[in-house]
Design a binder for this molecule. Structure first.
Ligand SMILES: CC(=O)Nc1cnc2ccccc2c1
Length: 454
């Protein structure tokens, strides 16, 4: 049976008598539900995307950090009714510890900041690219993992920090060819909500819960939102007032309603003027309905959206000045954003901005005579020593080497033949032009003699 030859590595003959064939049940070769493999082509795109995340972060002077994908479950237990909590990928480990695969990076960052305490000088500008997880019960075919780029600024109370974060994402979009007519940022401040709730003497500890209910406004019917708001003790009249304010789309209107001295208005006005100065004002717009779905935001919040309205939010972030104290640390002003690896790729596809990232090998080296494999390996070593990539053909009877050369998109083919080798020469074929010539081994690293144009 093919299983027998398979077990002998496909070799036949007395050397490898076939083992007793037993029926081997084939394992499921797909990755676990909701997760992805990254074969070479997908991995090239991922590396290209992450390279841009990292280069922009470094352009803004941020330092890279990372954390374990596995964290204590306690880091993510918040009682505000967040979706991220309902879908926590958590379990009990063999030490009976409650642990979770992180659904986001910010709590880990807060943990590390507390751990570092006074030993780090503020402000901290940290970035990370990490895989995050969720466990959806009746998974609607949605992914259970994605990679998120985060940038965070710790120790800066001013909206200058939020301006810097938005500016960095604008820089990222521009690098990929995405413009202000493709995407924008909806910006608001949770202080609007905070002020309103205080007017109606709603206790502060309900603030997070109310934000999460309001964040579901676009997904759930309005009467369900009203019912939920009622259930946390907000009066009908207050709810009507709240919803009216949340529908405001202009800062001047907001100022009219809330009054000029209100902190939320002052913050937003400053942010918009900083955007003017920094040259990204055409990327942002005020939208009071933006609250974001994480309970810990306390001030400015923003989210990147595609202006055609076809896709889910591209990224999102905001200020979270009280997160550290929820872990027993001393509070520090903080703001940051998360940028997932899924929606951006859909956007790039929509805009035909996906890069063509074919594999590019400089040389493919092949010996025509099995006796000369050592010589071919020597040629490969010389070229690699010069920093040139080499795909060394390993089959002793190389077939279809030209086919392989074009598949791996090699620039040139180096042929080691016995007669040439006797004369210290090797054959070269430039695959783009088809030009062929002989060259001495130690001349290989220079550009070929002028008589051969590249
Ligand atoms: C579009 C997409 O893949 N979203 C996604 C996928 N996996 C996640 C995992 C954890 C938290 C949020 C997640 C979000």
């Amino acid at each position: 049976s093919e299983c027998a030859t398979e077990n002998t590595g496909g070799r036949s003959g007395a050397l490898f008598p076939p083992p007793i064939a037993e029926a081997v049940e084939r394992i499921d070769v797909n990755p676990p539900k909701g997760t992805r493999d990254f074969p070479p082509e997908e991995m090239r795109l991922r590396n290209w995307l992450f390279q841009n995340f990292k280069e922009v972060s470094q352009l803004f002077g941020f330092e890279e950090v990372d954390f374990p994908v596995l964290e204590s479950e306690a880091l993510f237990i918040r009682k505000a009714g967040e979706e991220i909590r309902d879908q926590l990928y958590c379990f009990e480990d063999r030490g009976n510890r409650r642990v979770a695969l992180r659904p986001e990076l910010t709590p880990s960052l807060a943990r590390l900041v507390i751990q570092k305490g006074k030993s780090v000088s503020l402000p901290l500008k940290w970035f990370a690219v990490g895989q995050c997880w969720r466990y959806e019960r009746m998974t609607r075919g949605r992914r259970r993992e994605h990679y998120q780029w985060n940038m965070d600024i710790i120790g800066v109370p001013d909206v200058t920090a939020e301006a810097e974060l938005i500016s960095s994402i604008v820089t990222f979009f521009k690098r990929l060819g995405i413009t202000a007519s493709d995407v924008g940022f909806k910006v608001s401040s949770r202080k609007v909500l905070q002020d309103l709730l205080r007017c109606y003497s709603i206790p502060d500890n309900l603030f997070g819960k109310v934000c999460i209910i309001i964040d579901k406004m676009e997904k759930l019917p309005l009467d369900e939102i009203k019912k939920d708001l009622g259930s946390v003790g907000i009066s009908e009249q207050a709810i009507e007032e709240l919803l009216k304010v949340l529908s405001i789309r202009s800062l001047s209107k907001l100022e009219e309603v809330l009054g000029a001295g209100v902190e939320a208005v002052a913050d937003l006005k400053k942010l918009f003027s900083l955007a003017e100065d920094s040259g990204f004002s055409e990327w942002i717009q005020f939208d009071a309905s933006i609250v974001r779905g994480l309970a810990y935001y306390t001030g400015i919040v923003f989210e990147g959206f595609d202006r055609e309205g076809k896709l889910r939010a591209i990224c999102g972030g905001g200020r979270y000045d009280r997160l550290l104290s929820t872990f027993g640390g001393d509070d520090l002003p903080a703001c940051g954003f998360g940028f997932g690896d899924a929606v951006i790729v859909e956007l790039l596809k929509e805009k035909q901005l996906l890069p063509d990232l074919g594999l590019q090998v400089e040389n493919i080296v092949c010996s025509l005579d099995p006796e000369l494999h050592g010589a071919a390996a020597r040629v490969a070593t010389v070229l690699r020593g010069k920093g040139q990539s080499v795909d060394l053909v390993l089959e002793t009877k190389p077939l279809k080497v030209f086919k392989r050369a074009s598949r791996i998109n090699a620039r040139r083919l180096i042929l080691v033949g016995s007669s040439e080798w006797q004369r210290g020469m090797v054959g070269v074929k430039i695959l783009s032009s088809g030009e062929q010539y002989e060259i001495k081994l130690d001349e290989l690293d220079h550009q070929p003699p002028s008589s051969h144009s590249e």
